[in-house]
Design a protein around this ligand. Structure first.
Ligand code: ADP
Ligand code: MG
Length: 461
């Protein structure tokens, strides 16, 4: 009937607009490389901030002692403690996850940091005998804060802007270490912030600790970002002394990348316009977990409005932004039952569509596939951009050094179709070089990484 033809046409148009063939991905990768150069050349030189992390020394493996880590950057935050044993590695670790009440994500800085400090103090109070803090020493913390920060040193930095659904205006421009330190004092927690790191930088540090071939880290979770090891002399905007190692970790803030080569649709444009941060984080809005489900919802809205996809009534729930979460999208996408019963039950539970035909369900799976493939292929192009920047995208005579990229984030970890599509796209882009490029899941490497950086920048060494 006309209804199905119209729905089908909307899907085909989407597929066409989301298309990211190899040639286009190469243009995206090249644009990424160009912007990386521009961002390194001067402050404000590019949409890519290419932030200097002040990490010029990655963990050696000699770190010892008790260290804490705190990870703030999405819907949950984590507290962690590790006992590092030098060559023996991590002797013991414990962590706890606390979800952030949504009102605190858009409230005041004071309230957010009080909440965090309180949770941290509670966690410290449960420290057992397996952890050892030498008498008279202060506890030290690696603070993973996954928002764009202009670092002033390894242990201080001002917040440039919020992303990923956070918006706390009085914190912008403030030193987040100072904010945390003041909150810890308010709850009588005696702890020193030894390192402030982005989650990408923490993941890179943690990844390199377990595999020395790690050269970059990519996060695909609520948001998306990447960090990599750059040669210090390739950072023209760096005014300070050249580090002894000759290297510096750069937090790209690649979520804010944009280029005319990105395949944007009407759905992306309206999603962006109605977001908390219009005009910002365009790449992130195409590839990350916070947004994939929302893009699907927007396409479904149009299919319902213009093609009566669910019959004559428009399910009111479908009108609620962000109601379709990426984990639910992923569950539908992975439905392997012959009657797609997972899709059916998700439609029922989330959108209150009581009856759905197999034909509808199949189209929804296809819709998920189109949106996810685009995201995964663009993420692969971003990785190619990094490899190009550091000259690891081609083979060199007599050099068969492996390049390992540490990957973390719930999207990459749990969304198998996304992960597989990203890997196969990377192979497609790299050709014979692919065998030297390894993607390694660094599950929560950023916590250990932050603790290691706190250890190597302890006040006691
Ligand atoms: P964060 O990025 O907030 O630090 P995570 O790395 O744990 O946290 O990633 C959480 C994000 O991962 C969620 O917002 C969601 O988008 C995505 N995610 C979690 N589980 C799944 C899943 N099963 N399928 C697809 N995406 C998932
Ligand atoms: Mg995270």
């Amino acid at each position: 009937s006309g209804k199905w033809a119209k729905a089908e046409a909307i899907l085909r148009e989407l597929e066409d607009k989301c298309g990211a063939p190899t040639a286009k991905l190469r243009q995206v990768a090249d644009a990424m490389t160009v912007e990386m150069h521009a961002g390194l050349a001067s402050e404000g030189g590019s949409k890519l901030k290419m932030l200097i992390s002040y990490v010029d020394n990655l963990p050696t493996g000699d770190e010892t002692g008790l260290f804490y880590a705190l990870d703030l950057g999405g819907t949950n935050f984590r507290v962690m403690r590790v006992q590092l044993g030098g060559k023996e590695g991590v002797i013991k670790q414990e962590s706890e996850e606390v979800s952030i009440p949504p009102h605190l994500m858009v409230g005041s800085s004071h309230e957010l940091f009080d909440f965090i400090a309180t949770a941290l103090a509670k966690f410290v109070a449960t420290e057992g005998e397996d952890f050892h803090l030498p008498a008279g020493k202060q506890r030290e913390l690696g603070f993973t804060f996954s928002f764009p920060v202009r670092q002033l040193s390894l242990a201080s930095g001002t917040l440039i802007k919020w992303t990923k659904g956070f918006l706390i205006e009085d914190a912008v421009g403030e030193d987040v270490v100072e904010e945390l330190t003041k909150a810890m004092e308010r709850v009588n927690l005696d702890m020193r912030v030894a390192a402030l790191v982005n989650d990408t930088v923490g993941t890179l540090a943690g990844g390199k600790y377990s595999n020395p071939d790690v050269i970059a880290a990519v996060i695909l979770g609520t948001g998306s970002n990447a960090a990599y090891i750059e040669r210090a002399h390739a950072i023209p905007k760096w005014q300070g002394l050249l580090p002894k190692t000759g290297e510096m970790v750069i937090n790209m803030e690649w979520g804010n990348f944009r280029s005319s080569h990105l395949p944007l649709t009407e759905y992306d444009i309206s999603l962006d316009a109605e977001s908390l941060n219009p005009g910002e984080q365009i790449f992130e809005k195409l590839v990350s977990g916070m947004y994939l489900g929302e893009i699907v919802r927007r396409v479904l809205c149009r299919m319902v409005e213009e093609a009566s996809f669910f019959g004559d009534t428009i399910p009111p729930k479908l009108k609620i932004p962000f109601i379709l979460r990426t984990p639910d999208m992923s569950a539908m996408h992975h439905d392997s039952s012959s009657d797609l019963k997972v899709v059916g039950s998700k439609l029922k539970d989330i959108l209150e569509v009581p009856n759905s035909s197999l034909k509808m369900r199949k189209m929804i799976v296809e819709l998920c596939d189109i949106v996810t493939s685009r995201g995964a292929r663009l993420a692969a192009a971003g990785i190619l951009g990094i490899l190009k920047k550091i000259g690891r995208d081609t083979l060199k005579e007599g050099d068969n050094q492996k390049s390992v990229i540490a990957l973390d984030g719930g999207l990459f970890e749990h969304y198998t179709e996304f992960r597989n599509c990203m890997s196969s796209t990377l192979k497609e882009l790299l050709g014979e070089v692919a065998e030297y490029i390894v993607i390694e899941l660094a599950n929560d490497g950023s916590g250990i990484g932050a603790a290691l950086l706190a250890a190597s920048h302890s006040q006691y060494i």
